[in-house]
Design a protein around this ligand. Sequence first.
Ligand code: MV4
Length: 451
Amino acid sequence: MAKDKMFKKILVANRGEIALRIIRTCREMGILTVAVYSTADRESLHVKFADEAVCIGPPPSKDSYLNIPNIIAAAEITNADAIHPGYGFLSENSKFSRICAEHKIKFIGATPEQIDSMGDKSNAKDTMKRAGVPCIPGSEGLLESAEQAKALAPEVGYPVIIKATAGGGGRGMRIVWKEEELDALYESATKEAEAAFGNGALYMEKYIEEPRHIEIQIAGDQYGKVCHLSERDCSIQRRHQKLMEETPSPFMTDELRERMGEAACKAAAAVAYEGVGTVEFLVDKHRNFYFMEMNTRIQVEHPITEEVIDYDLIREQILIAAGVPITGKNYYPQLHAIECRINAEDPFNGFRPSPGKITVLHTPGGHGIRVDSHIYAGYTIPPYYDSMVAKLITTAQTREEAIAKMRRALSEFVIEGVKTTIPFHLRLMNEENFIKGNYTTKYMESFDLSE
Ligand code: MV4
């Protein structure tokens, strides 16, 4: 591409491992970086690795990493020509995306319109249905009242699920097994959604009982071209927090990948998607798949895709934002990759957060091992943010080898001073049904977590 079109300096509006991940790619591309940090993150690696760093406020996220005026001011002071938001924080904030544009700063992510249309789940579903993407049968748009919901539910067929249109992450969501429960569950879902999102609107779907969560990575450029980059299986989660992801999905077939990939491309094309994104699907035991949500950001689990197709997704985000066209060809997994999220949490005590100082650290290494992390010996994990401290990724020719490598890498990994989820992952890698690839989103409900 023409050198003068490429960004000269990118402000990274995030912290932790993803801030480092973005800074590393920028460095490889010859792009200068600006880190922003809260006073709790003064000693963080992203601050040390960036070319410049600006303090944007006190520890609470709302005063720092979510503080739009301070972040825009930091970009203007340092003359950054683009902002990469990472994941979480402002990554799917349409107002922020719009304010960046108003300040002639390129937001490396979706347009405000795309963020808004995918952020409203009922509206997103409507768009996808019209584009010919398979959706779960349910209400046409929003529910008007509990009465209307009660009239509709037998048509949809119990069990049904009512969901907050502003939701995600399971909040404002209720499973209804029979009519007698509907009034109370409708009431509590709408109240929860109103409190959490300031929007109590609900919609209804048939409840899919033991689904897998399989998502397709997609990319779209500024010229309307889209492609898919295969799937990730994210079914192993607890309270809507993913614990481990892998690609290919053990449930996948070549034929299903083709159909889901095509549907994901349709979804991306329907909104003229610009950037990299993810289309989430629920897949039932008959391998029927249904659109669930579209994420307009880079995701935590993106490295497993990078490993199996040998492709830097952050680089691709930056190139697309700078106006470089994509080829439009799809990517298929050549290897198997697994990611274990290492959190500073006690897996034997309800995954209770365990912030504090890391006294001893030894990270695993060797062939097929990748550790994306911002921690170091002597680092203090602050209590204010996400408890993820590292992503351990193994890659091999087969699933069996990737699991064997993960067991080996987990057993080498030493983090002292705080509790971590390493022992949980070791147990997971040795569990019979996991080894068989026999798991759904219900898997963790019956996982033995006694010490
Ligand atoms: C569903 C479902 C079953 N049937 N919708 C959870 C969060 C939100 N994004 C959608 N979710 C679900 N929607 C229908 N019609 C089950 C879930 C669900 C789930 C989905 C993916 C991964 C983990 C999950 C855990 C519990 C429930």
